[in-house]
Ligand binder design. Structure first.
Ligand code: G1P
Ligand code: ZN
Length: 544
């Protein structure tokens, strides 16, 4: 097999963000762009000679072409064996599961998660390490440094490897194994959850569910697990065929982009339970009949009930949430006497805590929940966890939630996003806020007085690494909280995220609309950060 050493020059925009390198498809299609980044991953990957690598993606546009390039580069870089999902498909949590099960040196996942796909859309490359989780910052920074210095990449000359059917192929000295993308993952789910109880729930006649795969990667997983193994009637899974452009939609399971599902759950003939997952299968949205469960509440409910689930019956070692996630899970942890960690935004910060056995469950407000079963957040896992709970409790989702709030209090919560802002004024706004942090405590806004303000910094308790500049936190005397940060995953301009929350202990006040309850705090956020003056915007583009 002929190996080419191709001369190249560095690109200056290949620093991985919150979740891998994410760019427009047109950027990735520039000559050498993908190759430079992939070579940088291989260069940084120690022990790559003879190693096993996992490869797959969410099926979006450019997935198939990129996989062939990566296979040829893997062969040229001395990788011994690559396991690829059939058709180039692997959800992010399934990739994590497969990396761990087959003791791979790492995995490359092709996805821009919930960002739109298609020729005009986004593409992305994520690198996961041997524990199955996203590469930590030390690794992503090393990859980035490599992309700044790269002069040459290695690629084998070879025709495309057929990926349509499971089987084994040789690419020079390297073996390519095409695997069923669902099998290992489904087997893991069956070990964690009581499939018999869920099967009985689906066959009780009184329970109906709708799962919206949003034409993204979870379609095949949901069909196989919910309909085929758990006996949910055909048609439970909708939009279950992955499409390269996600049918023109935005594969993000939230109140805005999964509107069709939300509407279905709020109709009079609504099913009992609704759920959706995102482009690459790691996010989840949970709905009951006429009821939306915020991801922060979902994490708290799962933590409070985990001991009822087979895979977690020994209890939780601890829990973790990203800083902007509401403090609902903290209340559960305190009641159960377990540790609760507050980490920066992004799943990679949970990896060390999970590896060290300090936490069992973790989650983010951005529709991400997971546990130590893999090292990624996991959409279908969260759905199965809820199904298992519903099968045991046999009560509607809204009742379960109300009971949870009665026991722990309710953290009213919302996130306001201002998307596609001009980057300069957006950064200027946060810099101004940053300069004023010292003068905020003691200031009065409406009924509230600021009690604390800082720029969140995190010291990893396992390896001592420090991450600064992770978002501005402002707390008030009634314990209400506002957080401001800029997105690290957007590909167009800057996105400001404003996270707002307020605690309500009294069950008599638990049934209100969060936007109303938080209206005063929302106004205060606009005032403190001078959002309109800086950005010209009078309202957010997305509210979740
Ligand atoms: C967003 C979410 C974050 C999540 C990430 C990847 O990042 O806020 O919680 O981990 O997507 O799914 P952001 O755009 O805010 O940097
Ligand atoms: Zn995702």
């Amino acid at each position: 097999m002929k190996i080419d050493n191709v001369t190249t020059t560095p690109f200056d925009d290949q620093r991985p963000g919150t979740s891998g390198l994410r760019k427009k498809v047109s950027v990735f299609r520039q000559p050498h762009y993908l190759e430079n980044f992939i070579q940088s991953i291989f260069t940084v990957l120690e022990d790559r000679e003879g190693a096993t690598l996992i490869l797959g993606g969410d099926g979006r546009y450019h997935n198939a072409a990129a996989i062939q390039v990566i296979l040829r580069m893997a062969a040229a870089n001395g990788i011994a064996r690559v396991l690829v999902g059939r058709g180039g498909i692997l959800s992010t949590p399934a990739a994590s599961c497969v990396i761990r099960k087959h003791r791979a040196a790492g995995g490359i996942i092709l996805s821009a998660s919930h960002n739109p796909g298609g020729p005009q859309g986004d593409f992305g490359v994520k690198f996961n390490i041997a524990n199955g989780g996203p590469a930590p910052e030390s690794v992503t920074e090393a990859i980035y440094r490599n992309t700044r210095e790269i002069r040459e990449y290695r690629i084998a000359a070879h025709p495309p490897v057929p990926l349509e059917h499971p089987g084994t192929h040789a690419l020079g000295a390297m073996t390519v194994e095409v695997i069923d993308p669902v099998a290992d993952y489904a087997e893991l789910m069956e070990r964690l959850f009581d499939f018999d109880a869920i099967h009985a729930l689906f066959n009780s006649g009184g329970f109906h569910m709708r799962f919206d795969a949003l034409h993204a990667v979870t379609g095949p997983y949901a069909h196989a697990i919910l309909e085929q193994r758990l006996g949910a009637p055909p048609g439970t899974v909708v939009h279950g065929t992955p499409l390269e452009d996600f049918g023109g939609g935005h594969p993000d399971p939230n109140l805005v982009y999964a509107r069709e599902l939300v509407d279905a759950l709020f109709r009079t003939d609504a099913p009992d339970f609704g759920a959706a997952s995102d482009g690459d299968g790691d996010r989840n949205m949970i709905l009951g009949r006429r009821c939306f469960v915020t991801p922060s509440d979902s994490l708290a409910v799962l933590a409070a009930n985990a001991h009822l689930i087979p895979g977690y019956r020994l209890g939780l070692r601890g829990v973790a949430r990203s800083m902007p996630t509401s403090r609902a899970v903290d209340r559960v942890a305190a009641a159960h006497g377990i540790d609760c960690y507050e980490t920066p935004t992004g799943w990679k910060f949970f990896g060390n805590l999970l590896d060290a056995g300090r936490v069992t469950l973790c989650g983010e407000e951005s529709f991400g929940t997971g546990s130590d079963h893999v090292r990624e957040k996991d959409g279908l896992w969260a759905v199965l966890f809820w199904l298992n709970l519903l099968a045991l409790k046999r009560e509607p989702v809204n009742k379960l939630l109300r009971n949870h709030w009665r026991a722990f209090g309710r953290d009213y919560y919302t996130r306001h996003d201002y998307e596609a802002l001009a980057p300069e004024p957006a950064h200027a706004m946060l810099e101004e806020l940053h300069k004023r942090l010292g003068e905020l405590p003691g200031r009065r806004y409406g009924k509230r007085t600021v009690s604390f303000a800082d720029d969140f910094a995190y010291t990893d308790p396992v390896d001592g690494s420090v991450s600064t500049g992770q978002g501005i936190r402002i707390r008030f005397d009634d314990d209400a909280r506002i957080v401001f940060r800029l997105s690290g995953t957007g590909t167009e301009g800057a996105t400001l995220r404003v996270y707002l929350e307020r605690f309500e202990p009294d069950p008599a006040h638990h049934g209100r609309d969060p936007q109303r309850v938080l209206a005063g705090l929302i106004a205060t956020a606009g005032e403190i950060a001078r959002i309109q003056a800086h950005t010209g915007r009078t309202a957010p583009t997305v509210i979740t």
